[in-house]
Design a protein around this ligand. Structure first.
Ligand code: CA
Length: 230
C-alpha cells in the first residue's frame, strides 16, 4: 500500500483528497502546516508527499528544501494561483512535479503514480539505470549504446541534442525546468538562454515526432520547461 502525506491547510480539499485516495487504496497521513509536515515526514517516511505551496507557517518551498536535506521521497506540489515562477522555484528546490488547482482527481492520480514509479526504479549516476531501452510508437532509444531509431532507420543526433534527450527520457513524465536543462547541457553561463532550448527542442521534434508542430512525446510546458510523456 502506498503511503501519501497530504500537506494542505484547506480542510475541504484534504477531506476530498482523503476520500479519493483511500478509495484507491492509498494510506493517507495529513499535515496542515509545514512544521508538522516535516515532523510526520521524518517519523512516518511516506512513499510520496503531496504539498501545498501556500502554508500558514512556512513557504512550501522551504518544506521541499528541508525534506531534500535527508530524503528523496517524491514530492508533488499542489499549487493554486501561483505564478509559474513559484512552481519553478519549487521544482528547482527538488519537487518532482506539480498539479495546478483546481485539478481533476484523474490527473492527480496519474501524476502520483508516475512519481511513485520513478521512486521504485531510481536512476542516476550512483545506480545503473534500470531502463536502458526506451520504446515509443514513434522511436526507440538505447541509452547505453546511445542509438536512436525510427522504425528501420537510424536517427543521428548531435551531442547537444543527445544530452537534452537523455535528461528528458531518464525522467519520464517529469517536468524538467528550462533552467535545469540549460545548466546541465550548456552550463551556468547559459542559464537564461531559453532560446537555445527552443531551437534544440524543435530539432529533436523534427527528428523524432510524427508531427513536430503537435508533439506527442516531447512536450513544452510554456514558460516552465519540458517533459517526456512516455
Ligand atoms: Ca494553502
Amino acid at each position: 500500500m502506498t503511503r501519501v502525506l497530504v500537506v494542505e491547510d484547506d480542510r475541504q480539499l484534504v477531506r476530498a483528497l482523503k476520500i479519493n485516495l483511500q478509495a484507491r487504496r492509498f494510506e493517507v497521513e495529513e499535515a496542515s502546516d509545514g512544521g508538522s509536515a516535516l515532523r510526520i515526514a521524518a517519523a512516518r517516511r511516506p512513499d510520496v508527499i503531496l504539498l501545498d505551496l501556500g502554508l500558514p507557517d512556512m513557504d512550501g518551498v522551504e518544506v521541499i528544501r528541508a525534506v531534500r536535506g535527508w530524503s528523496r521521497t517524491p514530492i508533488l506540489v499542489l499549487s493554486a494561483r501561483h505564478t509559474s515562477e513559484e512552481k519553478i522555484r519549487a521544482l528547482d528546490a527538488g519537487a518532482d512535479d506539480y498539479v495546478t488547482k483546481p485539478f481533476s482527481m484523474d490527473e492527480l492520480l496519474a501524476r502520483l503514480r508516475a512519481a511513485t514509479r520513478r521512486q521504485e526504479a531510481p536512476t542516476g549516476s550512483a545506480a545503473a539505470p534500470e531502463v536502458t531501452l526506451i520504446t515509443t510508437d514513434e522511436f526507440s532509444v538505447d541509452l547505453v549504446a546511445r542509438k536512436v531509431r525510427r522504425g528501420e532507420r537510424a536517427v543521428r543526433l548531435t551531442p547537444t541534442e543527445w544530452h537534452l534527450l537523455e535528461i528528458l527520457l531518464t525522467h519520464p513524465g517529469r517536468l524538467i525546468t528550462q533552467r535545469r536543462l540549460l545548466l546541465e547541457v550548456w552550463g551556468p553561463t547559459y542559464a537564461e538562454h531559453t532560446n537555445y532550448l527552443r531551437v534544440y527542442m524543435a530539432q529533436l521534434r523534427r527528428k523524432l515526432e510524427a508531427d513536430p508542430s503537435h508533439p506527442r512525446y516531447l512536450i513544452t510546458e510554456p514558460g516552465m520547461g519540458y517533459r517526456f510523456e512516455p
